[in-house]
Design a protein around this ligand. Structure first.
Ligand code: WA2
Length: 280
């Protein structure tokens, strides 16, 4: 192939990749905006009303009916802050007890908030049990989200920053690979320049969206013409060794293009890598 033809090919790959990256980024952004709106809904109709106007059934139905607004999520869940002092009364009110996420037999990702280490720290100072969940994630109801490493880090970062945050891809309780996006609900409105400590203290709940990357990115890319001809991989490149979020293993050093993705959480980095399926 002439160098001019190679250049043409490279350009075509670059623009196809950028288009896909932009589309994915936009859909994620739209989804995250609606998660934030859902956090405001819970604040308004659960926390600011006595008695609450939302129960599990109402939440699940509303979440299901507005799922089209969150194209990359496969579900949403809401966890509340419960201090150790409040635990007994909370459990009596709910009629169930707060459960830890990973018993030592099914734990997946060891870390500070996880199985072995949390045995020592028991009882925890506070918990974040899920009280509402979309039907597909009913199995997380009553689980303490502070007892799982990725969920814990996400919640702590979300409530200290007041912004939407993302986990790295990890294996969810349903054994699928996913990314969780979290927004915090606060007791009252906070001025934009509020101190971090005040933010943390004012937190009362955590709204999470579950991104089922494999299934949903696939669906998204299939909607595009020319999907057959290009291979797409999405990586979380926050740490030195990138974590694959989407796509199959690729080998060889043939031509590929990297498009950067901005998913709105400045402490996480993502990239899309594209290559042609067929050699010229
Ligand atoms: N939701 C569903 N499945 C999971 C999971 C999760 N977290 N963690 C592991 N498997 C209520 O950030 C707050 C949802 C966490 C939100």
């Amino acid at each position: 192939m002439s160098s001019q033809a190679v250049e043409k090919r490279r350009e075509a790959l670059g623009s196809m990749c950028d288009e896909r990256a932009r589309m994915l980024q936009d859909q994620l952004n739209v989804s995250m905006n609606h998660l934030q709106a859902l956090a405001i809904l819970v604040s308004t109709f659960h926390h600011s009303k006595t008695p609450s106007a939302i129960d599990q059934k109402t939440f699940a139905r509303y979440a299901e009916r507005t799922a089209f607004e969150r194209p990359l999520t496969s579900g949403v869940a809401y966890a509340v802050k419960v201090t150790h002092e409040e635990r007994e009364q909370f459990e009596r009110q709910q009629g169930w007890s707060i459960k830890k996420m990973y018993s030592s037999k099914n734990k997946n990702s060891p870390g500070p908030g996880d199985a072995a280490s949390s045995e020592i720290r028991e009882p925890a100072e506070e918990y974040a049990p899920v009280i509402f969940a979309q039907d597909a994630y009913k199995h997380v109801l009553s689980f303490d989200m502070l007892s799982g490493y990725e969920d814990r880090e996400n919640i702590l970062r979300a409530r200290a920053s007041g912004k939407g945050v993302l986990t790295a891809p990890f294996k969810l309780l349903n054994n699928r690979l996913g990314v969780i996006s979290t927004y915090t609900v606060y007791k009252h409105d906070l001025p934009p320049n509020v101190r971090e400590q005040e933010r943390i203290q004012a937190a009362i709940g955590y709204l999470g969206g579950i991104f089922d990357i494999e299934a949903l990115v696939d669906k998204l890319l299939h909607q595009l013409a020319g999907k057959q001809s290009i291979l797409v991989n999405v990586y979380d490149t926050t740490n030195e060794s990138p974590i694959s979020m989407y796509g199959s293993n690729v080998t060889g050093d043939d031509m590929y293009h990297v498009s950067t993705l901005n998913f709105g959480d400045p402490s996480r980095k993502h990239e899309m890598h594209c290559r042609f399926m067929q050699q010229p």
